[in-house]
Ligand binder design. Structure first.
Ligand code: GSH
Length: 235
């Protein structure tokens, strides 16, 4: 039987937010791989669902959604889970969800981009040290914000919610950018706590392409093993 929910997916932090949420909420779904390393996000069929040509996107009956934050809110409303009904609590979850969407995700993405470009010999002759400096500084600021929020709390908004899932997949994949979580003990404890959840572990491993092109945390580790340091700090 085909599951009602179809998740257009690639195993990046934004894609994994949704597979983790679906696993946490116990909703049946089918993975539709969109291999962004092969340009499948540009296909006309996919653009009809996701006009910004980015994963993730989701179809559920006559509902079609793109943007991972909007999808998390939809799944929270649909399941009645991990998205409080109480308005003050929901506003807190929305605040931290948008914080991740507008800050933590894009800044980590830019830092990763400029670090990787700098690590590809012959890729581009320009000097990216200022870009790396800027995004590393912003990442450190954002981790400081998250550290303060998590100090004395089990989860970002107290109770486990879609706000945790949104930030967790980004911290999980990219904390090596900052040289690890040692300077951020509350984030480190939260990262371990959320990572120990069975649903999170299932959601993180739902589908992998044969060659991840170095996008994943495993790809980062392989890059380090080849002598290229993805955490290289700006001069
Ligand atoms: N704000 C969007 C960002 C989505 C996004 O950037 N997706 C990336 C993977 S994490 C993608 O599809 N990249 C394909 C490309 O750059 O062409 C969301 O949260 O859904």
């Amino acid at each position: 039987m085909t599951a009602a929910i179809r998740l257009f997916y690639f195993p990046t932090p934004n894609g994994r937010k949704i597979s983790v949420a679906l696993e946490e909420m116990g909703l049946a779904y089918e993975i539709v791989p969109v291999n962004i390393l092969k340009g499948e996000q540009q296909s006309p069929d996919f653009l009809a669902i996701s006009p910004n040509n980015r994963i993730p996107a989701l179809i559920d009956g006559d509902v079609a959604i793109f943007e991972s934050g909007a999808i998390l809110q939809y799944l929270g409303r649909k399941s009645g889970l991990l998205y409080p009904l109480d308005e003050p609590a929901r506003c807190q979850v929305d605040s931290w969800l948008f914080w991740q969407m507008a800050g933590l995700g894009p800044m980590a993405g830019q830092l990763s981009w400029f670090t990787r470009v700098a690590n590809i010999p012959g890729r581009d002759p320009r000097d990216y040290s200022y870009a790396r400096h800027r995004y590393l500084k912003e990442m450190l600021r954002l981790y400081g914000v998250l550290e303060r929020q998590l100090a004395g709390r089990e989860h970002v908004c107290g109770a486990y919610s879609i706000a945790d899932i949104a930030s967790w997949t980004w911290v999980d994949q990219y904390h090596a950018q900052l040289g690890g979580l040692a300077p951020f003990p509350a984030i480190a404890a939260w990262h371990a706590r959320v990572g120990a959840r069975a649903a999170v572990q299932r959601g993180m491993t739902v589908w992998m392409p044969e060659d991840d092109g170095g996008w994943s945390a495993a790809g980062n580790a392989a890059q380090i093993a080849r002598g290229k340091d993805p955490t290289e700090r700006p001069r």
